[in-house]
Design a protein around this ligand. Structure first.
Ligand SMILES: *Cc1c(COP(=O)(O)O)cnc(C)c1O
Length: 364
């Protein structure tokens, strides 16, 4: 060997490709491709981030204690059962690093978040894909996919990029049907946007089992994606294991200061919830009126399905919208080549997208 060779499996991983962030030919660009909040972060979070710039020479407090305590207060949780990460992606990676190795299997669903197969493969474990029903995770299919090698189940609830969710009764049935040594990962990145009586992010299940974790993020409703902060609520045994491999200073001081301030700005949070709910409903209805199918979403984005006829495909629509500075997410690598994902934006962007789609559908 004349040069270092990655472990088996690494070079089979397709790198994660983020949504396009801009390609406007004329003037303004509306980035509606990454599920970022339309309203931006709380001004208090921005102020806290800037104030932390006076202390950049100091290492962060290694256990992110102040943020864990703030999350504990906000959600009524024991801070000792919380771990913070540089985005929830980091925590998902840690879970795979701790629980998966060669010969193990991890299950995700057909249109599961792409970070899951990457984290699984990076540890030499095998991805097992459970079929969905109506673009929704199917508990029976997941349970059927379990083998003696299964170690972990990844499930985003609500799921990205489909926007669908699994009711809490079904999540509990999933947990009850999985062997106790299988870790169930509930990725609740979009929990803040759900207003359904039969939904729960998973706190109760984490509190009452030794094999379920819930991850959350400050990247979506809190508008702090650039700061990279996520957190996980987990049983003590999982917290202990993760803390043994966690980077000792994995969350930066400005990022955790911003997250704490954001948690305290409940008015901003509620405004973002209301904005999302209102415009998600509007977009679903208006896009539907154009004759395009929209998957009902409980998150801050919608999934739009396009015909396969020449000139009217998702790829055609993507090109048409991009030319007008409207950037949506193409989903070929999510096995949804006939769909585009649209993040709920500000009123102006939402109206521009609907107008452009109307023009797209009418053109010859
Ligand atoms: C956006 C998103 C996350 C959050 O990622 P961060 O690393 O916290 O920014 C996690 N899971 C899913 C399914 C997401 O779409």
């Amino acid at each position: 060997m004349s040069r270092p060779v990655p472990k088996p499996g690494i070079l089979d991983i397709a790198p994660y490709t983020p949504g396009k962030s801009g390609a406007g030919l004329h003037g303004r660009v509306f980035k509606l491709s990454a599920n970022e909040t339309a309203l931006g972060p709380s001004p208090k979070a921005v102020a806290a981030y800037k104030a932390a710039a006076d202390h950049l020479a100091d290492y962060p407090e290694g256990s992110t204690r102040l943020l864990r305590e703030a999350i504990g207060r906000a959600f009524g949780l024991d801070p000792a059962r919380i771990i913070c990460g540089a985005g929830s992606d980091e925590l998902l990676t840690y879970l795979a690093n701790v629980y998966l190795g060669p010969g193990d299997e991890a299950i995700h669903t057909t249109h599961g978040f792409l970070v899951y197969p990457i984290a699984t493969s990076a540890n030499g474990a095998t991805n097992v894909i459970a079929a969905e029903k109506n673009l929704t995770a199917d508990v029976d299919a997941i349970l059927k996919a379990v083998t003696p090698r299964t170690k972990l189940v990844w499930i985003a609830n609500p799921n990205n990029p489909t926007g669908t969710y699994v009711p809490f009764d079904e999540i509990k049935r999933l947990r009850a049907g999985l062997p106790p040594h299988v870790l169930l990962v509930l990725d609740a990145a979009y929990a803040d946007f759900v207003s359904r009586n039969d939904y729960e992010a998973g706190i109760e299940l984490v509190a009452t089992t030794e094999n379920t974790v819930m991850t959350r993020t400050f990247s979506k409703i809190h508008g702090l994606a650039a700061a990279r902060v996520g957190w996980m609520y987990a049983p003590a045994n999982v917290v202990d294991a993760i803390n043994r491999i966690r980077g000792p200073f994995n969350v930066s001081t400005p990022a955790s200061a911003a997250a704490i301030a954001s948690l305290e700005d409940t008015a901003h949070y509620r405004t973002a919830q209301q904005h999302t709910e209102q415009w998600r409903a509007w977009l679903t209805e208006e896009v539907g009126k154009l004759g395009l199918e929209v998957t009902p979403s409980v998150a801050n984005f919608i999934l739009i399905h396009f015909p396969q006829s020449a000139g009217k495909t998702a790829a055609d629509a993507d090109a048409f919208l991009t030319e007008r500075g409207l950037i949506l997410r193409a989903l070929k690598n999510y096995k949804l080549p006939n769909a585009l994902r649209l993040t709920v934006g500000l009123e102006e962007a939402n109206r521009l997208v609907v107008a452009a789609l109307a023009e797209f559908m009418e053109r010859k």
